[in-house]
Each structure stands twice: as structure tokens, then as C-alpha cells.
Design a protein around this ligand. Structure first.
Ligand SMILES: *Cc1c(COP(=O)(O)O)cnc(C)c1O
Length: 950
């Protein structure tokens, strides 16, 4: 059975009906009319023949078998952990969790918001700080974000310098070197255990648990830094914090780190959730998303993303950071891991890990092998003059990977699944016998131990049996709308099928249990898969080379813009520092440009939604030889194929600039046109949109960067390379060489099963579906912009503004009313305020498209009734939407519309009804009074709205 008909929603008959509706004889004709001739490519993509699900899984198993699963005791920011099967099956492998979208629509996202809040609460407790965000991309970039945050927050300091501990993880230093250099921050790396270096700093980055395992006392250094006017960020380890005094207690302003060892597999480097916590007063500078508590229309507690106005979507080049997609799914796993084990369970794991490390230290010293640091948590550094390679090899022979620190030192890191046998195998590799007796001599000093309690909220005790955990996760998932219940017609986000066959392999130990720093001979399969995927993506985009390192689209943008900037510098063009960005661009574009130290000049949009060519010429002339390039999205964020794109590219090239094509919309281009051939020098793609990696409620993501030949030397480098980040040309943008490698099998499977024919069919059907929805709604909600032949690309912007003007009903009201119809809202107010952008994708069948059309048409009638004065806006079913069961079943009912109209506006809803758990959530109330930890359980019961629904 071929995969393609499973991936595509409409079958042949449905396709015929849809073609008739849009007025095209067949798909060839539709595509020929929609895609401008100037960019269309005729040659088929040179990809392998499509495989069935079974064939592809078999082929992938063969590749996976070339990876070698070992006992991983390398450490260096990655610890082996046990993913409780209850969490793997109920979260990681459960479409209700992995297919959900970022919780921008809070009413249909209460479950994942609660799960993320649990994560935040665990991080706050363990770090001893007031506030934590809902994840960042990885530890190294989180440290980079902390440095930028300290610079923003520390306005009083005139310094451009940051001091960073030399005990930091090497990949953190590699990323920091590149990121600081890009924005003109002087990075001073020094051994901070000996005091701060001379001079002024705006910030200091301490390391609580060093790469060699040494545990630092932070209090004195923090005090010294504060006395000098510097802010302090601490890189730390959540499991160690169950035993150690928290950074907050020791005066830190910010804490960051990786939550990987809270139940998330090694995945060859990612995806893993990084965390960031801060003290009160810094919240407005905090990057990433923050879940907070507010109230709904009944006055009940309800969760939503707090302080959203900080987001890069809204603030563009003034944003606090460019992070959009983060690591929500992995943060949810980490939060659930904390809830599953609770404080005592986590402490027991930490104590056991420390005891095993102590056993190792005891055995080594007894055998005359010196241990460098007496104070350690999970990692022991042994001194083996000239023998490091031999010891590492001897351990590998026993099935254990350990870390070569240098020619004379090795370190060994203990993780949750390890036991005495593993430790004794390592000891044998040193030639040391298993120790006879106790490990008491290696206790952590009392001064370093924490005495406060943590994880006291009931969420960390109520779900400790598997039955309770399973039901908690189910009850949370039941509150949410994900792709397992409804289409998610989010323009620009491409919420398409994440097929089970694509998802299965990520749990295979040959992919899940590989350490990113494992020796190359153990990772042959991974590297084969990645090389194949990168070459396929290069073919699909028409570029010379691709790097999968960036962990999200935003990071691909940063990598691509840094490539442009460094390319110009390599040619002595140090003045080229201005990037043109159309006003309709995704907010991350401008935010990323700032991180690459590029000045943003906005190009206007013409009447028809395309780039205003006159304004472009004017801006190019005004910028002169400072032009670094232009960043455009294709098809444009307006969902149309602009015919003049080649003219735009040529104008910029003629002026000496480079062209960045944001490839997040590649779902309209696969097999039809290639950005690398129609004028782009560099693009990023979003594998979590076009290439089937699920959205995970806001991550993971993979944002590969693709470049033309002349930019190849500027692709991201291996953060593990010697002196990484210090060179003029390349730089790392993630802490792991291949970024979120663990989810790359998903995109590999999609391309392998689809083949050239399937990818092209995906794009063609996506274009058909968007045009079908546009045509079916044209008389009620006209599509704002169309391209050649009056057609859209893969999405359409529905213009609600005229009816909003006549009725007062806003696009947001429509989003909330769609919840009553069981739908996730389309993209709201992007890129045009007052509109909805709909992207149905190729995976929705005709019945589902028609269900959406029917809902929108019914809502239109409801709006019209308000416009016609039949119902007052404030009394309308739209303004009161969404409707909870509790409101609808209140003992008395005084609304201007019947209950049945609120609940069952269309008859089909009586057969399948989604009951929203909360009414409309008030954003402002929650931002005025910011609460970002789990509220007491009583808060929910006591606020029950007993009175009549008014
Ligand atoms: C989604 C998107 C981005 C950002 O991608 P993330 O992975 O969320 O960082 C950038 N540009 C466009 C056009 C997008 O749709």
C-alpha cells in the first residue's frame, strides 16, 4: 500500500469536486495558473522512488542498526535518564500531545498550559527563583539568551563585557563566542572560582556544576558581581538542585540549564528543553514563552501565555529575543517527570547518582588513580597521565562511553539508569577493582546542601501511581484541541499530518539512546540519515548545501543572516549591515536580524499585497553600499505567489546584496519551484511545518539552513570543534552538531515515503485545498490577496474587516466562536490586523474542509444578525463565546439567544461536541497580576459560577 493516499486528505473523487469549485480542469491546470512561469521548475526532483510505510521502516531499521547503543557516561550536559514508559506512551507517543499547536488560543489549550505550568513550577522551585519560562531551545543558546537578557536589563552598566566561567560546558562557550561576537559583546572566559577578572562587566555567568563535575559555591562570587554592578546568571543542573543550595538562595538573578535528564532521551543531542528562571523584576526581559494564570469570563482561574506583547511577533526588531518555536513537548515530559517522581523520588534518584559517583571515586583513589575534585555531584574527573585514550577505549570495550577531557584526564558521569555493575565496569577499564566498602568520605559538604523544601504543590504528589498519572495526562489532553480531533487551519504554520510511521522510529533505542559526543563509529547510522536528509533538502530547495543544526526556524534565520553578514565581511565589505524586510514579514525575521547585528529597514507593501517595487528601489538607493540583503518570504506571508519575485531578487543582487528567502512556506513549493534557483542565496526551512515533525504544543522544531555555493563556508560549524565559535567565517547556532537530531527520522520517513511524486502532490493538493476554502467562502469572507489567475498559494487571508466594521464583531470573537463549533482558530491578525489566515494543508479531506466552511458560513450569519441590528453586539452569541457546559447548564438562563444556539449551532455538533473547559480568558487581568506557578487547587473549586448565566 503506497503512503501517498494516506497522507493526502482528498481522494480522486474529492479532488475532482474541489477542482470544479475552483474552476480548474485538473491539478496541472490549477498549478500552471497559480505558480508564476518565471519561477516554476519543470524537472522532477531527483529523489529515490517512494516507499511504502513498511518498506521505509525496514530501510530505516537498517540505517538505525548502524548506530551502537552503549551505556552513556560521557556527561558534558547530557545525562542518561529513564523515560518512564507511562510518560513515553501517554505523552511522547500520544498524538493528543504531540500534534497540538502553541497555546495562543488559551481556551482550547488548558491541558498543555497546565502541563507547561507544572514544568515552570518545578524549575522555579528547584532554582529558587520567582519565575520560569516554558522552555528554550538548548542549554547553550539559553546561556546566550541569558547574556543578552542581562545586557538589556542592566541599563546602568556602561560595560560591553560579560565574564563567563571557564568551567562552563564547552558547547556553551562555543555558542557564546559566536553569539557575543555577532552583537559586539566582549566575552571574557576565566576561572571564576578564583574571583572575577579585573574591570567592569554588565553580567557574569557562573557554573554550579562544571564540565569536570566540580560543584561551585555561588554565594561569594554572586555578591562580588553584584557589588560591581553586574547581574549574575548561573548554569545549573535540575537533578543536582534536589540536593544543592539553589542559585536563587545564593543570590543569582537568572538560572539556566537543560531539563533533558528529567526523562528526555539523549536523542544524539536533542530535542531537549532548556529552562530559564529569573527573579522578580526581570520578567519583562525574559525570552521565550511564559505561562501564567488569569481568569475566564466566569471569574474562574484559567491559564494562558502571559506578557505576550513581549513576543517577537508583535515587537519585531524590538523583541526581547527571536525565540518562537521552543521545546514545549520536551518541557511537558520534564514537568510530568517531576510530577511522577515528586520531591522525594527525585531526591532519591539524585542521591543514588551521587552514591554511584562516590563509589567510582572511592574505587579510583583506592587503586591509586587521583580524583581531581573532591566535591562533585554525578561526574568524577580522574587523572590518568598519558592514558586517557587507553582508558576510554578500555571502557568502550566494556560497553561504556566515558569522556576524554584531555590526554591526561577522563571524566565519568553517572545517570539514573546506571548501577554498580556499570560503575565497576568503568573501574575495570582503569584497572581498578570494585571498592570494598562505603563511600561516606565523598559526602557533599553541608554548606552546599539545600535545606528548603521544593515541589510542595499537590501536582507533585497527586499523580504518583501510574493509574493516577495516566488519568491526569488523559484529563489534560481531553481539555485540548489538537490535530487528533480537528483540522488546525493555521496559516503560516502548516499543521499537516504527522503520520504514525514517521513518528515510531524516534523511540527506537538506536536513535533515542545515542549520546551526541559518542565516537563516530557508533553513530554511522545517524550520520548516514542526516547526510541523506540534508542532500534531499538541498535538491528540494535548489541550494548547494544544507545544515540541520538550527533548532527552530528562528535559529535557521539567525544562521542564514550570520552567513550573509560574514560573507560580506570576508570580502572586506564591512559596511554592509542593513537588511531590507517587507512590512508583512514574520516577526522572527526582524528579531533575528538584530541578533546578527543587522539594521532593519522596512519595505512597504503595495496595494495588492506584494512587495512595493517603487519603495524597494527607493530603499535600495537610500541604503547604498550598506545593503547586506533582503529577507523575503516566498510564497509571501500573504499566501500568494508574487510574480515579481525574480525582479526583487535581481534588484537586490544588482545592488550588491544577498537574498534570504524565508522558506517556512515551502509547503506550496515542493516539487513546483526551488528558492535556490529563482534568486535565493540562503533560506531556512521549518521541518516542523512542511516536513511533518509535529508541533508539540510549541516545539520541538528543526529549522535547517540552506545555502548557495558561495555561502557554504559560512554554514554553522560543529560546536565540538576545537575553538568553535572563534573563527571569522563559521559559527555554531546550537549546542549539538546536528541540533535536534532525534526528530530527524520523522522528516526522513516523510520524504522517503513520499518521494518526488508525493512531495509534489502534497504541494499541489495544499494549493488546491487553500483555493477551495477561499472559493467556498468568497461571498461571505473574501480573500484579501490573490496572485496570478486570481488564485492563492497554500493559504488564504479571509478579510473580516468590512463585517467587523458593520457589526463590531472582531476576528477574535470569530476565533472564540469557532471553539463552540469544535475548531481551532486560524491564524489571527497576522500578517494583516483584523483578518484570519487559513492554511488547510493537503492532509484534510473534503468532509473536514466542508465542516470548516459550514462553521465559517454559520458564523457569518451570526455576524450579519448583529450588523443588521437583530442582536446587540454585547448580547450576541459571538461576544459570549466560547460557551462552557457549566455556563450552559446553569439553573437559569437570561441570555438573548437560546442555549441550543450556543452549543449546537450546526446539527452535526449533536453527534460530536467538544466542550471547552473555560470561558473566554482575560489576558489583561493576568498580566496586571502576574502568577506563573500552579495556583492552589481550591482556587478552582471556590470560583464556581453558581449564578445564572447573564
Ligand atoms: C513559523 C515561521 C517562522 C519561525 O519559525 P520558528 O520555528 O517558530 O522559529 C519564521 N517565518 C515564517 C514565515 C514562519 O511561518
Amino acid at each position: 500500500m503506497s503512503f501517498l493516499p494516506r497522507h493526502l486528505g482528498p481522494d480522486a473523487a474529492e479532488t475532482g469536486i474541489m477542482l470544479e469549485t475552483v474552476g480548474a480542469a485538473d491539478l496541472d491546470e490549477l498549478v500552471a495558473r497559480a505558480v508564476p512561469r518565471g519561477i516554476a521548475s519543470d524537472e522532477p526532483l531527483p529523489l529515490p522512488e517512494p516507499m511504502s510505510e513498511h518498506e521505509a521502516l525496514t530501510a530505516l531499521r537498517r540505517i538505525a542498526a548502524k548506530n551502537r547503543v552503549m551505556t552513556q557516561m560521557i556527561g558534558q550536559g547530557y545525562a542518561e535518564t529513564v523515560t518512564p514508559p507511562a510518560l513515553r506512551r501517554n505523552i511522547l507517543e500520544n498524538p493528543a500531545w504531540y500534534t497540538s499547536y502553541t497555546p495562543y488560543q488559551p481556551e482550547i489549550s488548558q491541558g498543555r498550559l497546565e502541563a507547561l505550568l507544572t514544568f515552570q513550577n518545578a524549575v522555579m522551585d528547584l532554582t529558587g527563583l520567582d519565575l520560569a519560562n516554558a522552555s528554550l531551545l538548548d542549554e547553550a543558546t539559553a546561556v546566550a539568551e541569558a547574556v543578552l537578557m542581562m545586557r538589556r536589563a542592566n541599563r546602568r552598566s556602561g560595560s560591553r563585557r560579560v565574564a563567563v566561567d571557564s568551567h562552563s560546558l564547552p558547547q556553551t562557550l562555543a555558542v557564546l563566542r559566536g553569539r557575543c561576537r555577532a552583537v559586539g559583546i566582549d566575552l571574557v572566559v576565566a576561572d571564576l572560582s578564583e574571583g572575577l577578572p579585573e574591570g567592569e562587566f554588565f553580567g557574569v555567568v557562573l557554573t554550579q556544576v562544571g564540565v569536570d563535575g566540580d560543584v561551585a559555591d555561588l554565594a561569594e562570587r554572586t555578591e562580588q558581581a553584584h557589588a560591581q554592578g553586574a547581574l549574575v546568571a548561573v548554569a545549573t543542573d535540575l537533578l543536582a538542585l534536589t540536593l544543592l543550595r539553589s542559585p536563587g538562595e545564593q543570590g543569582a538573578d537568572i538560572a539556566v540549564g537543560s531539563a533533558q535528564r528529567f526523562g528526555v532521551p539523549l536523542f544524539f543531542g536533542g530535542p531537549h528543553a532548556a529552562f530559564m528562571a529569573c527573579r522578580k523584576g526581570l520578567e519583562r526581559n525574559l525570552p521565550g514563552r511564559l505561562v501564567g494564570v488569569s481568569v475566564d469570563s466566569s471569574g474562574r482561574p484559567a491559564y494562558r501565555l502571559a506578557l505576550q506583547t513581549r513576543e517577537q511577533h508583535i515587537r519585531r526588531e524590538k523583541a526581547t529575543s527571536n525565540i518562537c518555536t521552543a521545546q514545549a513537548l520536551l518541557a511537558i515530559v520534564a514537568g510530568a517527570y517531576a510530577a511522577y517522581h515528586g520531591a522525594d523520588g527525585l531526591r532519591a534518584i539524585a542521591e543514588r547518582v551521587h552514591r554511584l559517583a562516590a563509589r567510582l571515586a572511592e574505587g579510583l583513589t583506592a587503586a591509586g588513580v587521583p580524583v581531581v575534585h573532591d566535591t562533585f555531584f554525578d561526574t568524577v574527573l580522574a587523572q590518568v597521565p598519558g592514558r586517557a585514550d587507553a582508558v576510554v577505549a578500555a571502557a568502550a570495550e566494556r560497553g561504556v562511553n566515558i569522556r576524554r577531557a584531555d590526554a591526561d584526564h577522563v571524566s565519568v558521569s553517572v545517570g539514573e539508569p546506571h548501577d554498580e555493575r556499570d560503575v565497576d565496569a568503568v573501574l575495570a577499564a582503569f584497572g581498578a577493582p570494585a571498592p570494598e566498602d562505603g563511600t561516606a568520605g565523598w559526602d557533599l559538604p553541608a554548606a552546599l546542601l539545600r535545606t528548603d523544601s521544593y515541589l510542595a504543590h499537590p501536582v507533585f504528589t497527586l499523580h504518583r501511581s501510574e493509574t493516577a498519572m495516566m488519568r491526569w495526562l488523559r484529563s489534560l489532553a481531553d481539555k485540548d484541541l489538537a490535530l487528533d480531533r480537528t483540522m488546525i487551519p493555521l496559516g503560516s504554520c502548516t499543521m499537516k499530518l504527522n503520520a504514525a510511521a514517521e513518528m515510531e522510529p524516534i523511540s527506537w533505542p538506536e536513535f533515542a539512546s545515542i549520546h551526541p559526543l559518542a565516537p563516530e563509529e557508533q553513530t554511522v547510522g545517524y550520520r548516514e540519515l542526516i547526510a541523506q536528509l540534508e542532500s534531499w533538502l538541498a535538491e528540494i530547495t535548489g541550494y548547494a548545501a544544507v545544515s540541520v543544526q538550527p533548532n527552530a526556524g528562528s535559529q535557521g534565520e539567525l544562521a542564514g543572516l550570520l552567513a550573509i553578514r560574514r560573507y560580506h565581511l570576508s570580502r572586506g565589505d564591512d559596511r554592509r549591515t542593513t537588511i531590507l524586510i517587507p512590512s508583512s514579514a514574520h516577526g522572527t525575521n526582524a528579531a533575528s536580524a538584530v541578533l546578527a547585528d543587522l539594521k532593519v529597514v522596512v519595505v512597504a507593501t503595495a496595494e495588492d499585497g506584494s512587495v512595493d517595487l517603487d519603495d524597494l528601489d527607493a530603499k535600495i538607493a537610500a541604503v547604498g553600499d550598506e545593503l547586506a540583503g533582503i529577507m523575503i518570504t516566498y510564497p509571501s506571508t500573504h499566501g500568494v505567489f508574487e510574480e515579481q519575485v525574480t525582479a526583487v531578487c535581481a534588484a537586490v543582487h544588482d545592488a550588491g546584496g544577498q537574498v534570504y528567502v524565508d522558506g517556512a512556506n515551502l509547503n506550496a513549493l515542493m516539487g513546483l519551484a526551488r528558492p535556490g534557483r529563482f534568486g535565493g542565496d540562503v533560506s531556512h526551512l521549518n521541518l516542523h511545518k512542511t516536513f511533518c515533525i509535529p508541533h508539540g504544543g510549541g516545539g520541538p522544531g528543526v529549522g535547517p539552513v540552506a545555502v548557495a555555493e558561495h555561502l557554504v563556508p559560512f554554514l554553522p560549524e560543529d560546536p565540538a570543534a576545537a575553538d568553535a565559535g572563534a573563527g571569522a567565517e563559521t559559527f555554531p547556532v546550537s549546542q549539538a552538531r546536528y541540533g535536534s537530531a532525534g526528530v530527524l527520522p520523522i522528516s526522513w520517513m516523510y520524504i522517503a515515503m513520499a518521494g518526488a511524486e508525493g512531495l509534489t502532490a502534497s504541494s499541489r493538493t495544499a494549493i488546491l485545498s487553500a483555493n477551495y476554502v477561499s472559493a467556498r467562502l468568497a461571498d461571505v469572507f473574501p480573500t484579501l490577496y490573490t496572485g496570478p489567475g486570481g488564485l492563492v498559494a497554500h493559504e488564504c487571508i479571509l478579510d473580516l474587516r468590512p463585517l467587523t466594521k458593520a457589526s463590531g464583531v472582531t476576528a477574535e470573537d470569530v476565533c472564540k466562536r469557532l471553539v463552540d463549533y469544535g475548531f481551532h482558530a486560524p491564524t489571527l491578525a497576522f500578517p494583516v490586523a483584523g483578518t484570519l489566515m487559513v492554511e488547510p494543508t493537503e492532509s484534510e479531506n473534503l468532509a473536514e474542509l466542508d465542516r470548516f466552511v459550514a462553521a465559517m458560513r454559520s458564523i457569518h450569519a451570526e455576524m450579519q444578525a448583529v450588523a443588521d441590528g437583530e442582536v446587540a453586539l454585547e448580547d450576541s452569541v459571538l461576544r459570549h463565546a466560547p460557551h462552557t457546559a457549566e455556563v450552559l447548564t446553569a439553573d437559569s438562563w437570561e441570555r438573548a439567544y437560546p442555549r441550543s444556539q450556543a452549543a449546537y449551532p450546526l446539527p452535526e455538533l449533536r453527534l460530536a461536541k467538544y466542550w471547552v473547559p473555560v470561558g473566554r480568558v482575560e489576558n489583561a487581568a493576568g498580566d496586571r497580576n502576574l502568577v506563573c506557578s500552579c495556583p492552589p487547587i481550591e482556587a478552582f473549586a471556590s470560583a464556581a459560577p453558581a449564578e445564572a448565566a447573564r
